[in-house]
Design a protein around this ligand. Structure first.
Ligand SMILES: Nc1ncnc2c1ncn2[C@@H]1O[C@H](COP(=O)(O)OP(=O)(O)OP(=O)(O)O)[C@@H](O)[C@H]1O
Ligand SMILES: [Mg+2]
Length: 248
């Protein structure tokens, strides 16, 4: 465990006062957020609100920003994405990028090997994940061109193979059927029970309502609301800024 970690600050991913300028726009302004291990936190808001930019800030994909990011109490604001991933955070990308010329199994192995385990341990982790996420029958197929429900499960398997303490997902339910979405919720709950802290960006409000423990709402780069699922959905300000516009 990192020397900067203290008992009071154990096992959380936090940011404080994040500000980001992007393409002449204030993409984020004074945004603070916390995710603890063992919880699923939703990050919602209209298109262009800054959700993906906030994942970029947390995971180390922004060269310039103000504010601080801490992992288990250690200030990682100046650390690269790869150093942060070694501290146990993993993020997926909007649009589910896979290595399209690799097989399903090879994609998951990339995650398993990234965590620095031996090849044999990575192989056995990969086998377990392919079985538990019901991906076995596709394991030798190329990952490109598979149905969206399978693709999102491969993305999740590759992410879980890194054994993340904190997992950030950018619109994992996009393009999934109702049944596939429910299966995905089940997998996320299993990750939570295993002690992972999950931050999930999603526009599917049925999914958010069903799977999240707490929610942050972004609007035009600022934090509009944070609270329990029930409080968020009942909030007039959230209704007006976002929920009124979408199907729920
Ligand atoms: N690479 C970039 N270069 C310039 N501007 C960008 C870049 N990425 C995002 N932006 C701008 O930053 C703001 C926040 O965008 P961001 O992609 O974070 O929103 P989002 O909440 O993820 O939206 P969506 O729900 O559509 O994915 C928007 O005004 C967007 O146009
Ligand atoms: Mg986005």
């Amino acid at each position: 465990m990192d020397e900067a970690t203290t008992a009071a600050e154990t096992a959380s991913l936090e940011c404080h006062g994040i500000g980001v300028q992007r393409g002449g726009v204030r993409a984020l302004d004074d945004v603070s957020l916390r995710v603890d291990v063992g919880e699923i936190v939703g990050l919602i808001g209209p298109n262009g609100a800054g959700k993906t930019t906030l994942l970029d800030a947390l995971s180390g994909f922004l060269a310039r920003m103000s504010g601080t990011v801490t992992i288990n109490g250690a200030d990682v604001t100046r650390e690269s994405a790869s150093r942060r991933s070694r501290r146990g955070i993993h993020r997926t990308f909007q649009g589910s990028r896979l290595f399209s010329n690799l097989s399903v199994e090879e994609n998951v192995m990339v995650g398993a090997l990234a965590s620095g385990r031996s090849a044999a341990a990575a192989r056995s982790e990969c086998d377990e994940l392919l079985a538990s996420l019901e991906l076995d029958r596709w394991r030798h197929q190329r990952s490109s061109g598979l149905p969206q429900g399978i693709t999102q499960r491969i993305v999740l398997a590759r992410a879980l193979a890194t054994r993340p303490r904190f997992l950030m997902l950018d619109e994992p339910a996009a393009g999934l059927s109702e049944v596939e979405t429910e299966e995905f919720e089940h997998l996320l709950r299993a990750a939570r029970e295993a002690g992972t802290g999950v931050l999930v960006v999603e526009h599917d409000m049925r999914f958010v309502e069903s799977v999240c423990d707490r929610i942050y709402v972004l609007s035009e780069g600022s934090l509009l609301f944070q609270g329990t699922v029930a409080d968020t959905f009942a909030s007039p300000v959230v209704q007006q800024a976002y929920l009124g516009e979408i199907e729920h």
